[in-house]
Design a protein around this ligand. Structure first.
Ligand SMILES: Cc1cc2nc3c(=O)[nH]c(=O)nc-3n(C[C@H](O)[C@H](O)[C@H](O)COP(=O)(O)OP(=O)(O)OC[C@H]3O[C@@H](n4cnc5c(N)ncnc54)[C@H](O)[C@@H]3O)c2cc1C
Length: 387
């Protein structure tokens, strides 16, 4: 293959971000274009945190795995710049960084994720960086019998609502294990529990919640105007509970130079990840305007964009378009519930739901390149073979 930029030098790809989408794209580009693509990752992150493991941290001694971004970049044959996206000059094909650099590109992938923001002042809003601290008190109070009731709230969509369900299930389970009867309430704007997965998977989740004694209120928006009181709409009723825990709301980070016509500043892309209205600019992951935010989906978007960028660079491939699939392992019941949901366009959804593992249980992040590399890095740490 030959990856030649119009200026006759190597084809320069910039990737902004250091999460699932950015790292998956770097690995995919390495596989597709090898040494012929000059890939640079621009991110302030030193570590990649395995988010799917975060929610269980306060309930178990296990700690979420972290990986060196520099090591992943090295395996992807990419350069790493500790810097941030500041603004884009798409005409001049220059990324201006927070550190004052002007980085020229032939193609750029925006993978800077979403920003989280608390919706309610009088509720505990979950924060990835402080989950153990935030939920540690909850666990202690549950066990001591100091809490009469707990509500978990999904304030608005789009967000990956799975952590709310896991938290509700783990809370109910921990209270039961401590011999406490603590009513747990889950309030969500979704039409049915985890409705993005399709009706039959949603029905399974609803049953699991009911069996665990969790009351679920769907299609609800709510206001919390004082500690311990949830005002529900359109029901126009209020519920009093001892503790309210809310997911955050998601917004796009500010991206000057990039058209953000979608609600809350998210970026609209076509089925190959190209940003609407711009040339040679691609986006993947939580920054894009997808109805669901999910690590596996972010990785697939990254693979799709990487293929389109490789084709642009002259690699002889037919870039594929997105084939959204959600792989979800719902923790918190007696055994995890495995759900695989493949969107087949006009042919609907292909769904598998099982209590037997549909994939290795330690792989909660489904991706072609990053998941296997993380397994490899885990194995190197303990000195074994990857699973
Ligand atoms: C608690 C929790 C549990 C979850 N569980 C699951 C699960 O079980 N399975 C699953 O598939 N998904 C899960 N998700 C969702 C999944 O983590 C996200 O969908 C996924 O991380 C999105 O990847 P991303 O690369 O788009 O964004 P992120 O992973 O958020 O990465 C964005 C990156 O961009 C960097 N960045 C930000 N601004 C800039 C800038 N200006 N310049 C350069 N870099 C920048 C950030 O530092 C970060 O490294 C969970 C999410 C949470 C919060």
């Amino acid at each position: 293959m030959s990856a030649q930029a119009p200026h006759g030098e190597e084809f320069r790809v910039l990737i902004t971000g250091g999460g699932v989408a950015a790292l998956e794209a770097a690995l995919a580009l390495h596989d597709l274009g090898g040494e012929d693509l000059a890939v640079t990752i621009v991110t302030p992150n030193e570590e990649f945190v395995y988010r799917p493991q975060l929610m269980r941290e306060p309930f178990t001694p296990a700690v979420a795995s972290t990986y060196s971004v520099a090591e992943i970049a090295r395996r992807a044959g990419a350069r790493l710049r500790r810097d941030r996206f500041r603004w884009l000059d798409p005409r001049g094909r220059v990324l201006h960084t927070a550190g004052g650099e002007c980085l020229r590109y032939d193609a750029i992938l925006l993978a800077v994720g979403a920003r989280t923001h608390p919706r309610f002042r009088d509720a505990v809003t979950l924060d990835d960086a402080r989950l153990r601290e935030q939920l540690g008190d909850l666990v202690a109070e549950l066990e001591a019998g100091a809490l009469g009731s707990v509500a978990i709230v999904v304030p608005s969509l789009p967000i990956w609502s799975l952590p709310a369900y896991e938290l509700a299930l783990m809370t109910a389970r921990r209270a039961r294990a401590a011999g406490r009867e603590v009513p747990v309430l889950l309030v969500t704007p979704e039409d049915s529990p985890l409705s993005a997965l399709g009706m039959s998977a949603s029905a399974e989740v609803a049953e699991l919640l009911a069996q665990s004694g969790i009351t679920t209120i769907t299609s609800a928006s709510c206001q919390i105007r004082e500690p311990g009181r949830i005002d529900l709409y359109p029901l126009r009723s209020s519920i009093l509970v001892d503790r309210i825990i809310s997911l955050p709301e998601l917004y796009a980070p500010s991206l000057p130079g990039v058209p953000t016509s979608a609600e809350r500043g998210f970026v609209t892309v076509d089925s190959h990840g190209a940003v609407h209205g711009l040339v040679c600019v691609y986006a993947a992951g939580d920054i894009t305007d997808t109805p669901v935010r999910h690590g596996g989906l972010a990785a697939d978007q990254a693979d799709v964009a990487a293929q389109a960028i490789a084709a642009l660079a002259g690699v002889a491939i037919e870039p594929r378009s997105l084939r959204p699939a959600l792989h979800l392992m719902l923790l918190g019941g007696a055994t995890p519930l495995f759900i695989r949901s493949q969107m087949l366009g006009e042919q609907g959804v292909e769904l598998e739901v099982s209590r037997d593992p549909l994939w290795p249980p330690d792989q909660q992040l489904h991706s072609e390149y990053l998941g296997p590399l993380l397994a490899e890095l885990d194995a190197e740490r303990v000195g074994g073979d990857p699973p």
